[in-house]
Design a binder for this molecule. Structure first.
Ligand code: SF4
Length: 321
């Protein structure tokens, strides 16, 4: 087993809730509450959960776009939250983020070639004369054409814009790419093309991904391991095959029951969850899922379930497993 490329230990990210003229802190939103993740080089780890489960905050905290409240994040063995700003800036090209909506991060007045190449120059990774050649390589690797280099963002479709977002990240030759809902805004047919592109780039360039999605069917084809988050906590982690064949946590089972399957007789019975995800400012006692769990018992309301090893590298937080 190699050293992990990324190691997240007991990460917490709480946002203060303030009130009044003096901005007194009256509570905390526990967006991420004791999350641990290890990602090996060349692996794709899928982080799944409903909107509001804290998955994007995990991604942003790993990239140090926001400070952590507690815990440790190690990239290539280095605790990144202890780095001075100048050291962190040197590390940035190695950890890249791909957004759900790449259009919002593209300046409409800047040609796509310049937008893709600007980070190379900012970080001093090549000379001006080398940029164009590297941008053309990145465009080609992402399935775009050479003539796209001089076009403006509004001239592209949603799928092409996501390819531009991937090219922007790829050109920096990163060790880790965090893709935050990268296909959620796309049509299903385009989603498949972009997922195939992620897969192809991983094989050709040995990339490591943290792939964040609310949809298990999206991560199924790309991820080797999957973590399921609910209300800031990890409910279950397992290899993709293990999670899809033997889901243990009731929340995972509910998410899986909504995944479309090509063969009707393999379809799982649909589990419809009651109500909405509770507020992370006031999470339920005991198991955070107990207000929506069809199997909740008295102990679920009183005690927080431990995140336990259920065998075969399969971990789950549920009293009944
Ligand atoms: Fe449901 Fe109880 Fe398990 Fe939580 S601990 S998932 S409430 S059965």
């Amino acid at each position: 087993m190699y050293e992990p490329l990324l190691e997240v230990n007991h990460l917490k990210k709480y946002f203060p809730v303030t009130k009044g003229l003096l901005n007194r802190t009256v509570g905390q939103v526990k967006a991420v509450d004791d999350i641990s993740i290890r990602i090996q080089p060349g692996e794709t780890f899928g982080l799944v959960g409903e909107s509001g489960s804290g998955k994007s905050t995990v991604g942003r905290t790993i990239l140090r776009l926001t400070d952590k409240t507690a815990g440790q994040i190690k990239f290539k063995g280095v605790d990144i939250h202890t780095l001075a700003p100048v050291e962190m800036r040197k590390l940035r090209p190695q950890m890249q983020l791909i957004f759900q909506d790449p259009y919002s991060s593209l300046n409409p007045r800047v040609r796509v070639g310049d937008a893709i190449g600007e980070a190379l120059l900012d970080h001093g990774l090549c000379t001006r004369s080398e940029v164009r050649g590297l941008v053309l390589e990145a465009l080609e690797a992402c399935g775009l054409s050479t003539y796209h280099i001089d076009r403006f963002p509004h001239e592209f479709s949603g799928g092409q814009r996501q390819r531009i977002g991937i090219a922007r990240a790829l050109i920096l030759n990163p060790g880790l790419i965090i893709a935050d809902e990268p296909v959620s805004a796309l049509d299903v047919s385009i989603q498949a093309q972009i997922i195939n592109l992620f897969s192809k780039l991983q094989q050709s360039k040995g990339l490591t991904y943290l792939f964040i999605s609310h949809d298990l069917s999206v991560v199924e084809h790309l991820c080797s391991r999957i973590g399921v988050m609910y209300l800031g906590s990890m409910m279950e982690t397992a290899s993709r095959d293990e999670l899809f064949k033997h889901p243990l946590h009731p929340y995972t089972k509910a998410l899986l029951s909504a995944v479309p399957v090509p063969i009707p007789k393999l379809k799982r019975e649909r589990i419809v969850l009651r109500g909405d995800i509770p507020s992370p400012a006031n999470p339920p006692s005991g198991c955070k899922f107990h207000t929506r769990c069809p199997f909740a018992e008295e102990i679920c309301r009183a005690e927080i379930p431990l995140f336990r090893d259920a065998g075969s590298e399969h971990f789950v937080a549920c009293h009944l497993v």
